[in-house]
Write a protein that binds this ligand. Sequence first.
Ligand code: SAM
Length: 238
Amino acid sequence: MSKRMVSPAEIQCKSKVLARIYRRQFIELAQLRRHICSIVPLRRFNTVVEPGCGTGLLAEEIISLADASYTGIDISESILSIARRNVPERDGLLFVHADIREYLPAADAFFSSFFLAGLTDPVTFLRRAADALPKGGFYIVFGEYNYSGIMEDPPSGLAGRIIESLLRGGFSIELGGKLDSVFTEAGFNTVISGSVRGDMQKPDRDYISLQLGSGYRYTAHHLLSWEIVWGVYRTPGA
Ligand SMILES: C[S@@+](CC[C@H](N)C(=O)[O-])C[C@H]1O[C@@H](n2cnc3c(N)ncnc32)[C@H](O)[C@@H]1O
């Protein structure tokens, strides 16, 4: 059976929805980012690379703190076009359309947010990232969901449905629950890591439609709380 072609209008529409979801997450996690940035010696980096940069939300913030040249890489051209609108490219700030499984430049530090769990084989990717870093090079995870830590009230199976949908999409849903050991397996040392839990809140309509279809019904009283993990990791030999 032939695959249905996705029209440019559909791609643009989906990208706009994704951009809304990324922005909401970004706003919610401002405090966590401030905490992580206070720990990491951002000023020491000359070159930083962000795999799965999405709409470029982290680019502007990190560049202003790090004073480093920045390359954001994303597999989605339509998402990158939003990044280029949000953060115009300039000397030392570049967005590259590529699959990080095929293109990963050398850097003093990598950072990513909500990217690793979307890979089917994060350990293989992280081993390549370790090879592209100097001794003592940093990989900073600004956030990944721990899907096994979703809490729902009242229990209705919505969390289970989301997890099933992510599994069908090839997500490494167990990554968030074992972030440190995934980095250890890939050859990194853990500097510091932790987790934060969001308040119980109504599910994001955009996110639920994207994962479960626009017809999925849940009640207005249905609340979810997500756990987000983060970490700072280094290659050995600093
Ligand atoms: C959940 S989004 C997060 C975007 C952004 N980091 C943020 O936090 O707003 C994951 C991003 O990774 C990109 N991505 C997924 N697989 C990729 C790959 N193999 N190479 C490059 N980018 C990839 C997707 O296109 C998407 O923009």
